[in-house]
Design a protein around this ligand. Structure first.
Ligand SMILES: [Zn+2]
Length: 160
């Protein structure tokens, strides 16, 4: 979605919406609704030059390979659990499969308090962190994986 009806918020040089207008616009998606998304990312504007430069991005085939590998890891992990993907984890099974060591535990605790997270958001972060670790072929969920997952939740804080 756009951040406001003109699309330029928070760039106050371009956006001419009033703050109540922006709030009303963002209010189309309520906080409890937003809580049900796994990942929220802010897409920055890109300029014409950037569109024209030939970037060396990872190819779709390579990305597909990584995703397939992550699916295999999950299928193996959950073979006795009647589920196939991290997204299907319940709060109970999250405890079992998304264990954190103390450094990671502390990070998540701080984020939980600072970002005023709900239990639902907390569980989503853990599931997303598990997936990021799987894509990284890492058995452990590390600070790097967890931080990335927390970033995908930080938009609520910024706009809502
Ligand atoms: Zn605007």
């Amino acid at each position: 979605m756009n951040p406001c009806s003109c699309g330029y918020y928070p760039d106050r040089n371009k956006c001419n919406c009033s703050i109540p207008m922006v709030k009303r616009y963002l209010g189309k998606i309520s906080k409890p609704m937003l809580d049900r998304f796994d990942i929220c990312i802010e897409a920055m504007n890109i300029d014409f030059k950037e569109l024209q430069t030939k970037s060396k991005e990872e190819s779709s085939a390579k990305i597909r390979e990584r995703i397939n590998k992550a699916h295999q890891i999950q299928a193996e992990r959950y073979k006795d659990c009647n589920i196939r993907y991290n997204s299907q984890l319940t709060p109970k099974t999250i405890k079992k499969f998304c264990k954190l060591e103390s450094k990671e535990q502390t990070l998540l605790e701080k984020a939980f308090i600072k970002m005023n997270l709900s239990a639902r958001a907390y569980h989503r972060i853990l599931k997303v962190a598990r997936t990021i670790a799987d894509l990284d072929n890492s058995e452990k969920i590390t600070v790097k994986h967890l931080s990335e997952a927390i970033c995908y939740r930080s938009l609520d804080d910024k706009y809502w």
